[in-house]
Design a protein around this ligand. Structure first.
Ligand code: BG6
Length: 302
């Protein structure tokens, strides 16, 4: 059991960032006061950012009201960290979907406030729990800065003597007014693969609109992605660093119904756009090297 009082003594910054007992009794760092009134939350479970609300804006991230908040289950919403595999693990139907990082407790390393922004660093080190699935020795850090922008750096250090090849994603759930009214730009003329549409190497010249279940992996793309949300009158900009895959996902009606941790009527409120290195383009990290993949998110009014 994590002692929240002890963590708060060690890392809390009065009036700025507190370590709290969050949903399901899981410990979280709650940022309550940056210079401009931005707030945010990161759970130690999964190193998982669940909230970010820049001043004078609505919440940018989405979380399901049916989410599990349990030590061995993933949180539905916010920014799950998928690592070291994405989706189902090939050849092992019992392995957790999207890897083990999002269902393990991470350690709180530091909380710092500078120039009105708050940076929280959490980490996951290889252990008997990770070696059960994955042989590599590693240190995975999530360095998250809550400010006028949300900056999330996923830093993987290979502590072993052989190269590591892993899949990784910041599986961001964005809160939208109505997914049927959004447009996503920045992925025009990029090849994508979709098992839902049963296509490979397809592309389009126009902005993405969501009219059905959408589950696409855009390959070999590093550009900025913009989500235009007319119903909330805002534009969310996602800049990716060291990410060559972008996943775009909305479960639509039937899939939402089939998920126990996702309420039936919630699918219009969310859209996932994921900063990733997966499948044909995994991350490769040499012995003793550190690889950093990052997302920088900002919001503009329309
Ligand atoms: C997306 C995948 O990244 O995550 C989808 O592309 C998947 O195929 C979705 O359904 C949710 O996965 P999970 O394991 O959180 O239910």
């Amino acid at each position: 059991m994590t002692d929240v009082t002890l963590l708060n003594k060690q890392f809390g910054i009065p009036g700025v960032a507190q370590i709290v007992t969050g949903n399901g009794g899981l410990p979280a760092v709650q940022v309550t006061n940056t210079n401009d009134g931005t707030t945010g939350t990161i759970y130690l479970h999964g190193g998982h950012v669940t909230a970010w609300k820049p001043a004078e804006n609505q919440e940018v991230l989405w979380c399901s009201k049916n989410s599990w908040w349990e030590p061995d289950k993933p949180i539905r919403g916010g920014v799950p960290i998928c690592f070291p595999w994405f989706g189902a693990r090939e050849g092992d139907a019992t392995a957790p979907s999207h890897g083990f990082a999002r269902i393990l407790p991470w350690e709180l390393e530091s909380v710092n406030s500078q120039s009105g922004e708050v940076t929280v660093v959490v980490s996951l080190k290889s252990s008997t729990a990770t070696r059960k699935y994955w042989p590599d020795k590693f240190l995975l850090r999530h360095r998250v800065t809550f400010g006028p922008e949300l900056v999330m750096q996923l830093e993987l250090t290979n502590l072993g003597n052989t190269p590591m090849i892993v899949e990784e994603a910041q599986h961001t759930y964005f809160h939208v007014g109505d997914v049927r009214q959004i447009r996503i730009t920045g992925l025009e003329n990029v090849k994508y693969i979709s098992s839902v549409e049963n296509v490979r190497d397809k592309s389009h010249a126009h902005a993405i609109v969501i009219e059905a279940e959408t589950d696409r992996r855009y390959v070999n793309t590093t550009g900025t992605i913009v989500l235009e949300d007319r119903s909330l009158n805002r534009r969310i900009t996602l800049k990716r660093h060291n990410s060559k895959t972008a996943v775009v996902w909305n479960p639509w009606i039937a899939k939402a119904k089939a998920m126990p941790d996702f309420s039936d009527e919630e699918w219009p409120e969310m859209m996932c756009i994921e900063t990733a290195n997966v499948r044909e383009l995994p991350a490769k990290v040499g012995p003793q090297e550190t690889h950093v993949m990052a997302s920088r998110i900002s919001v503009q009014s329309m």
